[in-house]
Design a protein around this ligand. Sequence first.
Ligand code: UGA
Length: 436
Amino acid sequence: MKITMIGTGYVGLVSGVCFSDFGHDVICVDKDPRKIEMLNAGEVPIYEPGLDTLMEKNVEAGRLSFTTDLASAVDGAEAVFIAVGTPTRRGDGHADLTYVMAAAEEVAQALTGYAVIVTKSTVPVGTNRKVKQVVAKANPAAEFDVASNPEFLREGAAIDDFMRPDRVVVGVQTDRAGDVMAEIYRPLFLRDFPIITTDLESAEMIKYAANAFLATKITFINEIAALCERVGADVKEVSKGIGLDNRIGNKFLHAGPGYGGSCFPKDTSALARIGQDHAVPQQIVETVIRVNDAVKLRMIEKLRDMCDGSFNGKTIAVLGVTFKPNTDDMRDAPSLTIVPALVGGGAKLRVVDPQGQREGEALLPGVHWLDDPYKAAQNADLVVVLTEWNEFRALDLKKLARKMSTPRMADLRNVYSPRDAKRAGFDAYESVGRKG
Ligand code: UGA
C-alpha cells in the first residue's frame, strides 16, 4: 500500500518509519527543506532510541523516502496521514489547527484517485468533519474519506509503543475507509493487538480523554505525595499499595516534579477549552492543570529550603533537564520553570543532560553545561536530580558526596532512597513524597 505521511515531527516520523517497516511504501513530506535534507542524508532530526536504524533499514529496502514535494507524494497514495503540529494557540488555550487545515487543502488539490485522509495529529472533536469540508471545497471532484487515527506513542519508547500498542483507535464514516485502515494495520491485527473502530468524534475524544486521564493520575499522586511528606508516609509505598489494585493499575503513579512534554500540557489545556466552549467545564482537568503548575512551584520551595532559605551565591548541579529520559525534548519540561527560578535567585547553575544541551542552551540562559555529574558536583552546595536518565540512576553517591562542599541532594524523581543517601555521606537528602 502506498502511504503519504505529512509532517516529519515526532509522531509523523515515527509513524512513517514504522509503517514502512510493516512493508508499506511510505513517502514522508515536510515543508522544511533542511529537515528533508537531513533525513535524506540518513540523519534523524530528533533523538529517539532505535529510530535511526529502523529508518536506515527501510530506506535501504526502498520502502521509505522523504520529500518537500507534497503533490508528487500524494499522487497515487491510498492513505494520506496528516501528522503536523497542533500547538496551543496563543491567548485562548485552543489547539491551533492552521497547519492541519493548510495540509488538508494542499492534499485536496493533489489527490489523483480515492484516498483516505487520516488525521494523526491530536485534534479537537469535530476537526475531521472540518477536514472533510475543507477538502471537498478545495477539490469538489475529489474521491476521498476522512479517518481519525490518534497516536498513543510515548517519546523515548516510541517504536515499541507503535509496534506493540495497547490498542489502535480508528474513527471512520465508511466501510471503505475502515477497510483501508485495517489493511494498513494488518501486521498488528494479525498479532492480536486490538483495533477499535469507531466514529470520528469518539476517536478524537479518546485521545484527549486518555491523555487527560494520565495527566490526572500523575497529578493525583503528586498531591498525595505532598501530603505524605507532611504525615510521614512514603509515596512509593502508597503508589505500590494502590497500584496493585487492577482497577487502579500501577502505571503513571510516579510522583515527581510535575508532568511536562509536548502532549499533556497542550492536550489538557485544549480539552479544558473544548469543555468551556460546550458549556461542560472539565473541572477535573482544569484543576489538574492548576495543581501541576503548583507542583513545580512546590519543588522550587523545596530546593530553597535545602539552600537554607536562599539560592543567592549557591552552586547547584542539576542532573537532567529534558521533560523525561531518552528524549532531547524540552517542551514544557519542569526544568523550564525550576532552573530559571534558581538562576534568578542568584545561584550558579551547572547542568548535565545526555541529550538536552542542544535545545536547552537557548531555553536555559545563564547556566554552565557539563557532561559529567561528578564534575558538576565539584564544590557544589546542592545536587538536584530532575530527570531520571539511566545515567543518573546508578551514580556513585559516595564519590558524588565527597566532591561537594555541602553534600545535599534533592532527588525529585525518587531514584535513590534516604538510606542510600545517608550512607553515602549526604548531610541532607530530600525526595518527593517521602521524609528525607
Ligand atoms: C504522552 C502519553 O503517555 C502518550 O500515550 C501519548 O501518545 C503522548 O503523550 C502524546 O499525546 O503524543 P509523552 O508526553 O511522550 O507521552 O510522555 P510520558 O511518558 O507520558 O510522560 C509525560 C510526563 O509525565 C513526563 O514529564 C513524565 O516525567 C511525567 N510522568 C509520567 C510522571 O511525572 N509520573 C509518571 O508516573 C509518569
